[in-house]
Every structure is written in structure tokens, then in C-alpha cells.
Design a protein around this ligand. Structure first.
Ligand code: BGP
Length: 489
């Protein structure tokens, strides 16, 4: 292998999301976001039908409601990550939409929410950290779903733009790197959280998402695409130095055919179209032929306003941000299941390493090199890895230590392949490790699945004193950043 090489000014760091780390779920005027009624996105949200509409059903313990209390402890946590700690150059978090607009349809923002993020971004800069901000990481105000149906309703574009304009103007001198919607391609698979759509007149009141059709999801996707384009346009007007990225879950794009049988290869290509759909819209500014074919053959064509397509065409994003955790394998006709790490397909006999039980995610660092090259060839935009990491079940030993060799191994192998991709000619802006501090898992809603270089003393039932400690990987990642990735051992 060639020497590992990363560009000067490479954005080393980590990424989290407000709903998974902040806690303080109703503090300082915050309203409910969709993730506040979830104990993991892969399970049904806690909602009940009251005879007229859906409402939150919040009895019992929700790990995310307090989480690791980043809301109050961010100074201590940023000190561990910034110049006083691991030396992060960038840190990705999200703004919790319902802190700014508690219901989402107000005209005036909640000043306490805005002030919190002012302080947070100031503290990042004090620590030499560049903020990378997701506008919505599964954080649509719940009221916008129960009252309007979320992105099934065109009114969402105005609610979103009111929010986007408020935060873009407020933080225009503090935040350069923005992402609009986290993993927006999951809209078709788990619409409640990323797409934030809800049938407000359900035929089946047992299940929140049960009645959404593909036609409805395409309509929602169109409104999202219009909102994305308007956001890009507005951001450039407010501050031309700001960079706006698309953010997708792209593990599913590293999907390999099980055999060289042409049917398997075509099946993979068609599966990949599902990942390309939003990339084509956000990066090329157009609906591709495969989507139009599906619309025409099934009557799914969304309603569009005059000028929508031009708006989308003229306002494409500056870079592609994505999560990559694992690759998968597909055969024609095989079932594919979505999870937060990407998709589950068939077992890959050439992959011999898996993360430990119970999650058992296959480890495929070369998938990252493949993916970067693939995206570079097609879209020719800067790439930003904003999620890659490994969740392990860990506890401090009697000396308060945690040896997480597997995490070091996982990250260093991915970084070696990322360096290969850079040597191949890919323009990679940075690498943000997912979950540099233990937080609540998005998929399973538990604390037990720990990604951090920093341990947080809190368990699935809420026990623990929330103290932070450094796992063995902490110093290793610090050294990696110090030498700009030249030595990964
Ligand atoms: C991504 C999400 C994150 C995150 C990560 C890991 O899909 O954007 O929010 O948590 O997956 O998934 P999990 O927490 O389920 O292990």
C-alpha cells in the first residue's frame, strides 16, 4: 500500500445529532420533534390515535429524553474533542428544529433555542473546531406531522424555509458548512423520521406509517427537493462563502452483485437507483429517467409547480456528505432490509470480519474506497465522510479503562482505504467519525451501542452518573489527527 496521504486542511473530527446527545428534550421552550416519540427508528414510534388525530404517547422511559445531557455539558465535551483534547478540526451536530420553532408553524422563533446554538458554535470556535451543521437530523417538529402530514403537504416548504432562513441568517458568520436533511434517501424506507411524513387520515390506525404509498412518497420527495433548492439559493444570497451539502446514507450504494449473472447485476443497478434518486436531484438538479419511468408506468408523477424544475436545476449543492458503515450483497429477487447502518442483503462470503454481537455489522473498508470513486466518477463533487464508525457494547474495567482495539482497527482500515481513494483522485474534504462520544443509538434507541472515543456513564435504563472518560482509542485518534493521518498504526 502507498503511504497514507490526506490533503492539508483535511477536516478531521466527529459527528453527532442533537436528538441523540442533547437530552433536555423540553427545556427552554423546546417542542417535540419526531425522534422524541421514538425508542429507535427501526421500531414503531410511540403515537396513539385519539379518535381525531395522532398524538404523542410518552409514558415510560425514553433514553433520548435525557441522553448524555450534552445540552448542559457541551463545554466539557468539546474540550475533550477540540484543541484541549483530540484536536478535532470539525464537529458535526444538528440544530434541533423544535428548539427554534417548537411547533414548526410559528412565525417567530424561540430566542432561547437560538441563543443555545450561538453559545455552542462559539464554544466550538474557542476549541478550534469548525461547525458542520445538519439542519434536520430526523428532527422535524412532531406538530407538523400530526397537523399537516409533514412533507406530504406543500405547506412544509414554507415552514422549512422560515426555519432555514432564521438559522442561516443567525449563524451566517459562525457556520460555513451546512447539510440540509440527514440521510434523506431513507425517506422511502423509514419515512416517519427522515422524511417526516404522516398520513393524517389513516385507514389503519394501528401503525403510523402503514398507509403511505409510493406515489405519496414521491410527492413528499418533490417538496423536499424544492425546499433543498430554495435553501441552497438563499444560503448563497446570505453568505456566498457558505457551503451546502446533500447528506445521504450511502452504505447501500456499496452493494455488490452476488454473481456475474446479468440479472443480478441489473438488480444491483436498480437498487442503486434508489440511492441515486436524491443525489441526481440535489447534485445534477434533475429527475433521472428511471424515476420518470416508474412514475409513468404507475401513475406516480408528483404534482409540480411552474418553475420547480428550473429551481432544482439551478440550485445544486456544493458537496456530497454521506454515511458509510458497511457494504452488502444482492441477488435478483432477494429481499433487502433497511437499517441505520445501510441495508441488509445476503451474506458476503469474502468478508470475514464483523462487529461483535448483537449488531454484527460486516466490516468492509474497501467498500469506502469503492464508494468514493463511484461518486467521484458520476457526480464530480467534493466528498465529505460525515459518518463512519462502529458500535460496541463496552463497560469501564475496575481501573476505569476501556480497551477498544476493534474500534482502532475499524477506523484505521477505513482511513487507509480513504487515503487510497484520495490517491485515486477523489476530492475528499474530511472524515467525521460517527459518535466520538457515546450517545443514544438512532436505530435501537439504546445507550448500550457505544461508538465513542469518550465513554459516558449511562446505561439503557438511565442509570449512571454521566461522567466522561477516555477510551484507549482517544489518544490514538488524537495522534492520527496530529500527524494528518500519515501514521495510522
Ligand atoms: C445513521 C444516522 C445516525 C446514527 C448512525 C448509526 O443512519 O444518521 O443518526 O446513529 O446511523 O446508527 P445506530 O445509532 O443505529 O447504530
Amino acid at each position: 500500500m502507498n503511504k497514507t496521504r490526506f490533503p492539508k486542511n483535511f477536516l478531521w473530527g466527529g459527528a453527532v445529532a442533537a436528538n441523540q446527545c442533547e437530552g433536555a428534550y423540553l427545556e427552554d421552550g423546546k417542542g417535540l420533534n419526531v425522534t422524541d416519540v421514538c425508542k429507535g427508528l427501526l421500531k414503531d414510534p410511540y403515537m396513539k390515535w385519539n379518535g381525531e388525530k395522532w398524538e404523542a404517547d410518552l409514558e415510560g422511559f425514553f433514553p433520548s429524553h435525557e441522553s448524555i445531557d450534552f445540552y448542559h455539558r457541551y463545554k466539557e465535551d468539546l474540550a475533550l474533542m477540540g484543541k484541549d483534547g483530540m484536536g478535532f478540526k470539525a464537529f458535526r451536530t444538528s440544530i434541533s428544529w423544535a428548539r427554534i420553532f417548537p411547533n414548526g408553524d410559528e412565525t417567530k422563533p424561540n430566542e432561547a433555542g437560538l441563543k443555545y446554538y450561538d453559545d455552542l458554535f462559539d464554544e466550538m470556535h474557542n476549541q478550534g473546531i469548525e461547525p458542520v451543521v445538519t439542519m434536520s437530523h430526523y428532527e422535524t417538529p412532531l406538530h407538523l406531522l400530526t397537523e399537516y402530514g409533514g412533507w406530504l403537504n406543500e405547506k412544509m416548504i414554507d415552514f422549512w424555509m422560515n426555519y432555514a432562513e432564521t438559522i442561516l441568517r443567525r449563524y451566517k458568520d459562525k457556520v460555513k458548512y451546512w447539510l440540509t436533511f440527514n440521510e434523506i434517501n431513507n425517506l422511502f424506507k423509514i419515512p416517519f423520521a427522515p422524511g417526516a411524513c404522516l398520513d393524517i387520515h389513516p385507514k389503519n390506525i394501528e401503525k403510523v406509517n402503514a398507509d403511505l404509498t409510493r406515489k405519496e412518497l414521491y410527492q413528499a420527495a418533490h417538496y423536499v427537493a424544492v425546499a433543498n433548492a430554495k435553501t441552497v439559493k438563499l444560503a448563497r444570497e446570505i453568505n456566498p462563502d457558505m457551503k451546502i451539502g446533500a447528506m445521504l446514507s450511502l452504505s447501500g450504494m456499496a452493494t455488490y452483485p452476488e454473481t456475474c449473472k446479468p440479472e443480478d447485476v441489473i438488480a444491483v443497478q436498480q437498487f442503486q437507483h434508489q440511492q441515486h434518486f436524491f443525489l441526481d436531484l440535489f447534485c445534477k438538479g434533475k429527475y433521472s429517467g428511471y424515476a420518470r419511468r416508474e412514475w409513468e408506468e404507475n401513475g406516480y408523477t408528483p404534482i409540480m409547480k411552474d418553475g420547480d424544475l428550473e429551481l432544482i436545476q439551478e440550485n445544486t449543492v456544493d458537496y456530497i456528505a454521506f454515511s458509510y458503515y458497511k457494504s452488502c450483497v444482492l441477488r435478483a429477487g432477494a429481499e433487502m432490509k433497511t437499517d441505520t447502518g445501510g441495508v441488509y442483503g445476503l451474506k458476503n462470503p469474502y468478508i470475514t470480519e464483523y462487529s461483535p454481537e448483537p449488531w454484527k455489522w460486516p466490516v468492509d473498508p474497501q467498500g469506502l474506497r469503492y464508494l468514493c470513486n463511484y461518486l467521484n466518477d458520476i457526480y464530480d463533487k467534493p466528498l465529505f465522510i460525515v459518518e463512519n464508525g462502529i458500535g460496541l457494547d463496552e463497560k469501564e474495567d475496575e481501573n476505569g479503562k476501556i480497551e477498544d482495539d476493534f474500534r482502532r482497527y475499524y477506523v484505521s482500515e477505513h482511513l487507509k482505504q480513504l487515503s487510497e481513494a484520495i490517491n485515486d483522485g477523489c476530492n475528499v474534504m474530511g472524515y467525521l467519525y460517527w459518535g466520538p462520544i457515546d450517545i443514544v443509538s438512532a436505530g435501537t434507541g439504546e445507550m448500550k451501542k457505544r461508538y465513542g472515543f469518550i465513554y459516558v456513564d449511562k446505561d439503557n435504563d438511565g442509570n449512571g452518573d454521566l461522567h466522561r472518560s477516555r477510551k484507549e482509542s482517544f489518544d490514538w485518534y488524537k495522534r492520527v489527527i496530529e500527524c494528518n493521518g500519515e501514521n495510522l498504526d
